[in-house]
Write a protein that binds this ligand. Structure first.
Ligand code: 5GP
Length: 120
């Protein structure tokens, strides 16, 4: 199981395009790409290009406010591009007990099927 040890993650390779991914949205600060193991018809990950200490949301500091807002807005752009603006879910898994597996902050944008709550 992965730990939050500050080491580079697979997402650095995706950002550097050393590992292929299906990019849905990209700007200078944010990258959104399809999850390799989709849990819904639409499942896109939205990540900051510069991790800057944001291994997990629990490590956020006030200075991260701008990028956190940009990530959330990018989730909305992704939802529109994927045609799920009428209903979508944004999830952040934080830490081992939430099953976070990659320690580079990421938003899951999920949609295209009826969501249930709680997810279980
Ligand atoms: P977490 O469990 O940390 O919240 O989410 C990590 C997500 O990254 C998982 O949904 C997993 O499927 C996805 N993922 C892991 N490795 C890769 C990869 O190499 N490419 C892509 N596109 N997604 C990945």
């Amino acid at each position: 199981i992965n730990a939050d040890n500050g080491a580079p993650t697979i997402f650095d390779k995706i950002i550097a395009k050393e590992i292929p991914s299906t990019i849905v949205y990209e700007d200078d600060k944010v990258l959104a790409f399809k999850d390799i193991s989709p849990q819904a018809p639409v499942h896109v990950l939205v990540i900051p290009k510069f991790r800057d200490g944001l291994t997990q949301l629990g490590k956020a500091e006030q200075r991260h406010g701008v990028i956190l807002g940009q990530l959330l807005y990018a989730a909305r752009i992704v939802a529109e591009k994927e045609g799920i603006l009428d209903g979508f879910r944004v999830v952040i898994n934080n830490g081992p007990s939430a099953c976070q597996s990659v320690y580079h902050l990421h938003l899951h944008v999920l949609g295209g099927r009826q969501m249930k709550w709680p997810p279980g």
